[in-house]
Each structure stands twice: as C-alpha cells, then as structure tokens.
Design a protein around this ligand. Structure first.
Ligand code: SAM
Length: 181
C-alpha cells in the first residue's frame, strides 16, 4: 500500500509557504509522492534541500500534473482509493480508516475552493472536525490517525544528517560523504 497527496488549487506566491509545508508533512509522515497542479521553483528548491540533508530523495517525489481529473480517474481504475479532506465530510472520529492493505490511497487537499466534482468523484469525503482550518493540519492529523502514530518513527535511508533525540539542545549526526576519485 502506498499513500500519495494531490494538492489542488495552489495560488502562486500567496500559497507558496503553505504548499511547502504540505509537501514537508507529506514527506515526513510517510507519503511517497505529492502531485501538484501549480508550483513555484522555490518550493521545489526547499523540498530538494530537505531531502538532500535529511533524506528522501529516492523515497519521496514531487510530480507536476496538468490534469487532476485524469490522475484521479487513473488512480481509481487501478483500484486506488480517493480520500478528499474537507470540513464538509464525515467526521474522522466516526469512520473507519481501514482501507485494506492492497489499496493505494490518494489524499486530496485544497488551497482555496475545491471544484464541486471532487466531492462526488472521491470515494470518501473526510472531515478533521467540521470546522474550517488548514490543509496542513488536516493532512497531518489524517496521516497520524491513518498510521496510528507509526509515521512519527519514520526515517530515511539516504539521510546525510540524522537527529539524535535529546531532551536539551540540538544533537545531529552528520554522515561523511565518500569523495569520488
Ligand atoms: N473554504 C474552503 C472550502 O470550501 O473548502 C476551505 C479552504 S481550506 C483553507 C483549504 C483546505 O484545507 C481544504 O480544501 C481542505 O482540504 C482542508 N481543510 C480545511 N478544514 C478542514 C477540515 N475541517 N477537515 C478536513 N480538511 C479541511
């Protein structure tokens, strides 16, 4: 089973910081990929740097797409499940997140207004509480519920820097890169 995120409706410049954080949450909390319809180079640069330092360049991917409907339709054709996070959906507290091990999950989140079609094309419209808040919070809480906290232990294979958790201060182990001859 793999989990990916589809970020809909990024508004250039205005949403850059939020979209960067959506991508960081996706990477840190176990998603393999984020699809975006619009992106600024600065977002790609930030995520690239994070993957370079903390790992993930081979495990997490950003793909720019032109047509979100085709992506959703091909995901559905391949037995994937589409989960749309929206305050109008069924409260996450009241539903099962057991989608079956064999199904890949595409989590759709918006920036501003999400096209109405998404609400009907999605297999599930899930609310992280029925109040408006943020796509970053909704995604993080959904992933935490979905993985039951296991995503917090996630670490990447090819990290150059690794945190040594400590109750005080900042401890980081830096892996020396082999010099090419
Ligand atoms: N007014 C917008 C709408 O019609 O959906 C809300 C936009 S909100 C700033 C951006 C995104 O955050 C939404 O598209 C949704 O994915 C997510 N979001 C906000 N509140 C949510 C909630 N209570 N539950 C789940 N997702 C939420």
């Amino acid at each position: 089973m793999s989990v990916a995120v589809l970020r809909l409706g990024h508004r250039l410049v205005r949403d850059d910081r939020t979209t960067t954080h959506v991508a960081l949450v996706s990477r840190a909390f176990g998603c393999k990929k984020i699809y975006m319809t619009q992106v600024d180079d600065s977002i790609l640069g930030t995520i690239g740097k994070v993957c370079d330092h903390w790992g993930g360049s081979n495990e997490f991917d950003i793909e720019i797409i032109q047509d979100w409907k085709s992506l959703i339709n091909s995901w559905k054709k391949n037995n994937g499940i589409i989960v749309h996070l929206t305050m109008y959906g069924l409260n996450i507290e009241k539903i099962s997140l057991d989608f079956g091990e064999e199904r890949n999950i595409l989590i759709v989140i918006g920036a501003s207004k999400v096209p109405r079609e998404v609400y009907s094309i999605a297999d599930m419209n899930i609310a992280v509480g029925n109040q408006p808040h943020s796509e970053i919070a909704a995604l993080a809480i959904f992933l935490d519920r979905f993985y039951r906290g296991k995503e917090l232990d996630y670490s990447f294979q090819n990290a150059r820097m690794k945190i040594i958790p400590s109750s005080h201060g900042k401890r980081v182990k830096i892996r020396k890169l082999k010099k090419s001859s």
